[in-house]
Design a protein around this ligand. Structure first.
Ligand SMILES: Cc1ncc(COP(=O)(O)O)c(C=O)c1O
Length: 389
C-alpha cells in the first residue's frame, strides 16, 4: 500500500475537488483542495474487493443479514478500543450528522439548549439551529497553545434550559485527544446540569503516534445519559457510503431511540454495511496503522513549514488529519489572510469562524493527501506570506 500516489479526483463528483471553485473561487486547474474532511487516498484493498465482488453480481437489491456488519463493529471496538459493545446497543444511521439530528429530535424539544464546546465541527451548530433548538456556545480555552475546558465559566453560563451537550473526541478542529481527567470533567458537567451527553468519536482511529484515545464509555457514572457516535467512514475514507452508528449503552435511552428509528423507516443502503464489514478487519487495522504513521509525517512537514512563517501558528495535532492554523499574529483581518491563501497560494481551506466562537482567526487545512501535495501547499503559503519573512 502506498499513500504517495497522486490520484486525480477532479470530475469524480468529489465534493472537495469539484466543489472548491464554487465555494472559494479556487480553480481545480491548479488549486489545492484542503477543506472537506475526506482524504485523497484509496480505501483499503479489502474494502475495494468487497465492493467489486458485490458489483460483479450486478444486482443491487435489498441488503439482508447484517450479522457480519454487527460482528465487525463489535470486533473492532473490542480490538482497537477495549470497548465491549452489545449488538442491541448499535443503531445504523445515514452517517453521524444524521445520527446527531435523530438524537436531537428524540431527546430534546424545540427551544431547548444544546451545549457545544467551540470551536467545533460546524455541522453540529447547523443542525441544532435547523431543528429550532438553541446553540449554547461554551468556548474552549487555549493553554500552552492547545485547547482545554473552563468548567467554572460554563457552569455560570447554564440557565437550566439546556438538555444536551456534545463532545467531539478527538477534537475537530483542534486535534486534541482528551485526557481521562478532561473526559471525567465533561461527564461531571453533563451530570451537574442533567444533560444527555453525545460523544462524537468519529476520529477515534486517526490518533497520531504517542497519543491514546479513551472512549467516553470508559468513564464511570455516565452510562445512563451517554450516547456514543462512531463510524468507519472517516477512518477508511469511505464517507460517501454515508453510514455511521449511534451506540447507546443504557437500555431505557436505547428503547426511546429505537422507537424513533422505527418511526423514520430508516435502513442503510446496500454498500455501507458491506464496506464497513470489510474495513473493520485485520487488513483494515494494518492499513490504519500505516495511515496514521503517514499522517504523522505529513503533520511534521506541514507544521515545520507553517510555523516558519512569522505570524502563523499550526496547533499541535494529536489526532485527525485536520490542521488548525492561527493567523492572528499576522495582524491581518480574516478577509486579508483568506485572500492570500485563496488567490495567492490557490488553496481552499475551511474558514475558522464556521466552527463557532474562537475560530475567527483560523483556517483548517486537510492534510489527508500525499506528502508531495503537503510540501507544495507549504511552499505556496510561504510565498503568499513572503513579505512577513
Ligand atoms: C466530528 C465529526 N462528526 C461527524 C462528521 C461527519 O459525519 P458523517 O459524514 O457520518 O455525517 C465529521 C466530518 O468531518 C466530523 O468531523
Amino acid at each position: 500500500m502506498t499513500f504517495d500516489t497522486l490520484i486525480d479526483r477532479r470530475g469524480t463528483h468529489s465534493s472537495k475537488w469539484d466543489g472548491m471553485e464554487a465555494y472559494y473561487g479556487v480553480s481545480p486547474d491548479d488549486g489545492l483542495a484542503m477543506w472537506v474532511a475526506d482524504m485523497d487516498f484509496r480505501a483499503p484493498q479489502a474494502v475495494q474487493d468487497a465492493v467489486k465482488a458485490f458489483h460483479d453480481v450486478g444486482i443491487y437489491g435489498y441488503y439482508g443479514d447484517y450479522g457480519s456488519y454487527y460482528d465487525a463493529i463489535r470486533w473492532w471496538m473490542a480490538e482497537r478500543h477495549g470497548w465491549m459493545v452489545d449488538q442491541e446497543a448499535i443503531f445504523s444511521t445515514h452517517g453521524l450528522v444524521n445520527g446527531f439530528a435523530l438524537c436531537i429530535d428524540t431527546f430534546t424539544k424545540p427551544g431547548d439548549g444544546i451545549v457545544l464546546f467551540t470551536p467545533v465541527y460546524h455541522a453540529f451548530a447547523r443542525v441544532i439551529a435547523a431543528a429550532d433548538r438553541q446553540v449554547v456556545e461554551c468556548p474552549l480555552v487555549l493553554e500552552g497553545g492547545r485547547y482545554t475546558y473552563d468548567f467554572d465559566a460554563y457552569d455560570s453560563q447554564m440557565t437550566g434550559s439546556e438538555r444536551m451537550v456534545v463532545l467531539c473526541s478527538p477534537h475537530n478542529p483542534g486535534g486534541r485527544v482528551w485526557t481521562k481527567a478532561e473526559l471525567q470533567a465533561v461527564a461531571a458537567f453533563a451530570k451537574r446540569h442533567d444533560l444527555i451527553l453525545i460523544s462524537d468519536e468519529i476520529h477515534h482511529d486517526l490518533v497520531l503516534p504517542g497519543n491514546k484515545h479513551i472512549p467516553m464509555t470508559h468513564i464511570d457514572g455516565i452510562e445512563d445519559r451517554l450516547i456514543m457516535m462512531t463510524a468507519a467512514t472517516k477512518t477508511f475514507n469511505i464517507a460517501g457510503a454515508h453510514i455511521g452508528n449511534v451506540i447507546i449503552p443504557d437500555p431505557d435511552l436505547r428503547a426511546v431511540f429505537g422507537r424513533k428509528m422505527n418511526g423514520m423507516g430508516m435502513s442503510p443502503n446496500c454498500f455501507g454495511p458491506l464496506m464497513v464489514a470489510a474495513a473493520y478487519s485485520p487488513e483494515g487495522a494494518e492499513w490504519v496503522d500505516a495511515l496514521c504513521a503517514y499522517l504523522n509525517t505529513n503533520r511534521q512537514h506541514f507544521d515545520e513549514g507553517i510555523n516558519a512563517i512569522p505570524g502563523l501558528r499550526s496547533m499541535p495535532m494529536e489526532a485527525t488529519y485536520l490542521a488548525w492554523v492561527d493567523f492572528s499574529d499576522t495582524g491581518m483581518s480574516p478577509a486579508e489572510f483568506r485572500e492570500r491563501v485563496e488567490k495567492g497560494a490557490r488553496i481552499a481551506a475551511n474558514y475558522g469562524d464556521s466552527f463557532g466562537t474562537g475560530g475567527e482567526s483560523f483556517l483548517r487545512f486537510n492534510l489527508g493527501t500525499p506528502l508531495s501535495r503537503i510540501n507544495e501547499a507549504v511552499s505556496r503559503l510561504q510565498l503568499a506570506f513572503k513579505d512577513l519573512q
